[in-house]
Design a protein around this ligand. Sequence first.
Ligand code: PLP
Length: 348
Amino acid sequence: MTPDLPPSALRLDVDRQALAANWRALDALSGTARTGAAVKADAYGIGAKVAVPVLRDAGCHDFFVTYAHEAADILGLVPPHEISLLHGPINEGVAKWAHETGVRVVINSLEQAARWLAAGGGRCDLMVDTGINRLGLPLANLGDPMIARLEVDVLLSHLASADEDVALNPRQCARWEEARRVVPHLRASLANSAGIALGDAYHGDLTRPGLSLYGGVPRRELEGRIAQVARPMAAVMQVRNIEAGEGVGYNATFIAPHAMRIGVVALGYADGFLRCWSAGKGVLLRQGRRLPVLGRVSMDMVDVDLSGADEVREGDWLEVEYSLPQAAAFSGLSQYELLTLLGDRFAR
Ligand SMILES: *Cc1c(COP(=O)(O)O)cnc(C)c1O
């Protein structure tokens, strides 16, 4: 038998209360519509096995993932009919697997409809494209006899620009309304996180937030209502004292202006802490004090300035400053990327 693995130098702290509170806040903003959850990509990197039970206990009954293996990860946690595969039956294997497990599929094209019916059919969701031109049935295909044979639970569409105030939003909403009139269905759903803030007309019977559950703020209306959920933590591996004039990290992009105490931290671009955080952009936190990144981020480590944090020792944990709206502004990465980048070396 292999001995148990020793603890890692990286962990992702997930604030479960904040996650539940974010779901409740979005549910309140969704009015009379029920509120589901997008938990694809391992719940945006939070860890689906951590997030799904919290969301379930908060009252969520609709979980959207992309692939069958993501559904399999959470099958023991929620009933199969509460999970829906956004990419749908991309091949016969997926159609058969969903049919056997009872996981819902989103039908995105006539080809997928045919595949689903050939596998035995049954209750499914249907995605109609109202203007984003990604996966989804074109409106022109709504009258196809194949579509009439589907038993549609959720009739979905997806907004392209819900984080902006543009004419495409009401246009997509009107096209989705048109689809609702043509295709018999049990529930209709249009809004992602940002879409929830667009108001009642966008809510239908079910909303599908992802980003804002995990602390993302895509629109001003959500400011102050959404709390940070993910806190990346990394351990100090070495403390060094360097002299004035010494360089730090690859290519010595930082030169110490005076003698300094620096910390080498177990966090690098292989963990999703990309090089855009180099040279003073990134900040680590120790009990509220801000420790700026020095020099370049390496693959597995980064140096930080320990001036004013004299008590920090090898093995101490530092928090990465990672409030999503701010971190996006500093790094140039999107709030979505900031979450889904966090690698699997973080213990979750
Ligand atoms: C990812 C996704 C969502 C969630 O979107 P957010 O912008 O993260 O709230 C909702 N619906 C579909 C179809 C998605 O792919």
